[in-house]
Structure formats: structure tokens, C-alpha cells
Design a protein around this ligand. Structure first.
Ligand code: F6P
Length: 345
């Protein structure tokens, strides 16, 4: 038996732990061989492939990114994409495919499975917004990086009596902003799920000054929506769309810092963490979760339980239909937001 694996969408700390686990479990428990398709779905369309034996995955556990490379290629946007993928799998004598990705990559996997391709999914994203699982690997590492950045920015904000706006990732869900903001002691947190006005942010900053605190830290998710005094949402984003129709976000931190300075008169700066949050060594939590997911996915293939996705519910690794990850994302619920509000100034 020969299986294959690919990583699609944005890279994420812990991907290499998953790839290593897939290979180890396949080779050692079942005596299978493993092929890796490079650059996500692009590897299947362009026949970019490599053999993954035990040697190929040796030493990759602490490495960030993905040894297979990744892309945001959408085969359903390509001429004859589905048929080309099926042909490639047959030509390479691949019996089953393990797909590691977020909502977009898993959406393609679900369509292919409906068309008869034998595959299982593994959820991945630093945003932790995939439905059907309590956690995705990568989130824990991103959260630690964002929290450390907030800690570091605190010292400059305090020394210079400044407001510092920290822009973190989170396109539709504010998990990174919310949890790093609470962990780092932010004075206000803006996330896509609960829009606030610039006036509310300025009021929080003024309250701190009245209490004798001449600096503030504001954490904002890149996808957060500002409401101006009249209630009009203002979202800052570039016009460029990827193959799955997503705009490239970024810029809300700069806009917010400028408006805070204009309206309060307090010197304000911003810092955009961007891909720093996705890079570097994965945390132990992400390596462990990734290893568990990789092993569980291979076991699903062994049981011929195709169309399933591994997930974690509480402490338990389980599996759910891939469809559970699709259609909507896992957003921050009110309970968590209300908890964060306890710590706003
Ligand atoms: O989905 C993960 C994510 O990191 C989002 O938070 C962010 O909006 C997006 O990927 C950025 O994608 P890219 O690396 O392709 O610019």
C-alpha cells in the first residue's frame, strides 16, 4: 500500500511534526510507503512529488514551516483540475491521500472525496478557527509569539508614554488577539466578531490616563472591524484576492493608531506582527498535537474511514466528517469576549 500527504494553505508551526508522524506510523506500523506532494494541490496538478521515507523525516520535528512546501492553489479554479488530480494519483499508484490544511484546503478535499478519492483530513491553522475541533496545531505557538511581542512592546509603551497598537493575525476569528491580549494584559482587544468604535478605544485610553497610567496597549486582529461614531463599519484591506477569494488583510493597526493619536492627542504607534507569528520553532503543545493527529490520520486510512477529519475534543483525539470543518468557521463566542472585557481599562 502506498499513501500520500500534502500541506495546503498558509504554513503553520507543527506541520513537520504531522508529516513525520504520518511517515513513522505508515512505515513502522503498516509497512506502507509514503509520497509527499509538494506545494499543496499544486503538487498534484504539476506532478511535484517526493518519496518520504524515515530518513526524509528525520530531524524535522523542531522545524517551522513545512518540508513539503505549500500554496493556496485551488484545483477547482484550474482547467480540468479534479480529473488531473485523479490521474496523478492513479499514475503514482497512490491508494489514499492525507490532506493537511485549513478550511479552504479541506473544502477541496471534501469535494474530491465526494468524487470518489480516498482521503482523510487533518485540520491546521494558527487562527484556531476550524470547526469540528477544539484546537488546531500552530495556534499555541502563534499565541506565545504574540504574547511575547505584547510583553516587549509594553516596556517601550511605558518608557515613552505611548499608546501602542499591536496588529495580530486573524482573518475572521479573533482567537489569537483575544488570548494573547488577555495573556499580555492589553487594555483593549478588537476582534472581527465584536466591532467597537474608535471612540470606545479612545475612551479606554483616556480612562487609563485619568488613573495615572500614561501608556496603553491595544491588540487588534487584522480582520477586526471598526465602527465610527455613525455606526459605519470601516474595514481596511487590499483588493487582491487569492484563489479561494480571500482578500489580503492588514493595515487596521496603522489606521487605529492614527485615529487614537488624532482624537486623544496621545502619541500612538503600531506594530504589525504578520508572518512572524507563523514562523520558527513549534511549541511542545503543537508538536505533540501534530504527532497525535498524524498517527490518528494514518489509522483512519488503515480502517478505510475515508472522508473523515481528525480532531481533538477535550483531551481526546477523535474523528468527524470533513464537512464539519466547512461552511462556517469557529469564531470567538460571547463568553470568551466577556472574559476579556473584564481586563479592558
Ligand atoms: O489563515 C492563516 C493566516 O495566517 C491568516 O491569519 C492570515 O490572514 C492569512 O493566513 C495570511 O495569508 P498569507 O500568508 O497567504 O498572506
Amino acid at each position: 500500500m502506498r499513501i500520500s500527504v500534502l500541506t495546503g494553505g498558509g504554513d503553520c508551526p507543527g506541520l513537520n511534526a504531522v508529516i513525520r508522524a504520518v511517515v513513522r506510523r505508515s512505515v513502522k506500523a503498516y509497512g506502507w510507503s509514503v509520497l509527499g506532494f509538494r506545494h499543496g494541490w499544486r503538487g498534484l496538478l504539476q506532478s511535484e512529488v517526493e518519496e518520504l521515507d524515515l530518513k526524509a523525516v528525520s530531524g524535522i520535528l523542531p522545524r517551522g514551516g513545512t518540508i513539503l512546501g505549500t500554496s493556496r492553489t485551488n484545483p477547482y479554479q484550474e482547467q480540468g483540475g479534479e480529473a488531473r488530480i485523479r490521474q496523478e494519483l492513479v499514475a503514482r499508484h497512490v491508494d489514499a491521500l492525507i490532506v493537511i490544511g485549513g478550511e479552504d484546503t479541506l473544502g477541496v478535499a471534501a469535494r474530491l472525496h465526494q468524487a470518489g478519492v480516498r482521503l482523510v483530513g487533518i485540520p491546521k491553522t494558527i487562527d484556531n478557527d476550524v470547526n469540528g475541533t477544539d484546537y488546531t496545531f500552530g495556534f499555541d505557538t502563534a499565541l506565545s509569539i504574540a504574547t511575547e511581542a505584547i510583553d516587549r512592546l509594553h516596556t517601550t509603551a511605558e518608557s515613552h508614554d505611548r499608546v501602542i497598537v499591536v496588529e495580530v493575525m486573524g482573518r475572521h476569528a479573533g482567537w489569537i488577539a483575544l488570548e494573547s491580549g488577555v495573556a499580555g494584559g492589553a487594555d483593549m482587544i478588537l476582534i472581527p466578531e465584536y466591532p467597537v468604535s474608535v471612540e470606545e478605544v479612545c475612551a479606554a485610553v483616556r480612562r487609563r490616563h485619568e488613573r495615572g497610567k500614561n501608556f496603553s496597549i491595544i491588540v487588534v486582529a487584522e480582520g477586526a472591524v471598526l465602527r465610527d461614531a455613525g455606526g459605519t463599519p470601516v474595514q481596511v484591506q487590499s483588493e487582491r484576492l487569492d484563489a479561494f477569494g480571500h482578500a489580503r488583510l492588514g493595515g487596521i493597526g496603522a489606521t487605529l493608531a492614527e485615529r487614537i493619536e488624532q482624537q486623544t492627542g496621545f502619541e500612538s504607534r503600531y506594530s504589525v506582527l504578520g508572518h512572524i507569528q507563523r514562523g520558527g520553532t513549534p511549541s511542545a503543545f503543537d508538536r505533540f498535537l501534530g504527532s497525535r493527529f498524524g498517527v490518528a490520520a494514518v489509522d483512519l486510512v488503515h480502517g478505510e474511514r475515508f472522508g473523515r477529519m481528525v480532531a481533538i475534543h477535550g483531551m481526546q483525539v477523535v474523528d468527524v466528517p470533513i464537512q464539519e470543518a466547512l461552511g462556517s468557521i469557529k469564531t470567538v463566542d460571547r463568553e470568551f469576549y466577556e472574559l476579556a472585557q473584564v481586563f479592558f481599562s
